[in-house]
Design a protein. Sequence first.
Length: 149
Amino acid sequence: MKYEIELDGTFTVEINYWKNRAELYYEGMKLSGVEGKRNVFSLGNEECRIAGTLFSGIYLCRGEQKALVTKLFWYDYIACILPFVVGLLGNIIGAILGAICFFICYKTVPYVKNYFLRLLICLGVAAGVLLVVVTLASLFPALFFLKKE
């Protein structure tokens, strides 16, 4: 995902959330990373770094200046946790499946800028978890401690 930031010049931050890597461009020119340091880039004599998490916010730091790049808000976390909550209906198997789908939603949501599309993706994944849990419960009731009648 690319973000444009104004901080004594135009920075372009390109973040890969899956690999937890970032690239930094200043006025269209790619900055080289400082060897031995992760997400730290050299701009002439000064260092620029990308710090933080999606929970606290990802920041671009240039000397004493700091600018917010991106952050997930409370409603994003509620949308992401829906598959896990739905998975809890299906005992431990559903909870494990829900936790995996929570992680997938958490890593996918930052790539989507439209909030309603974010919500739709998370609801779709939650519906998928529910469908899998119900299907497994009907095919293998012993897995969910249900009595077959």
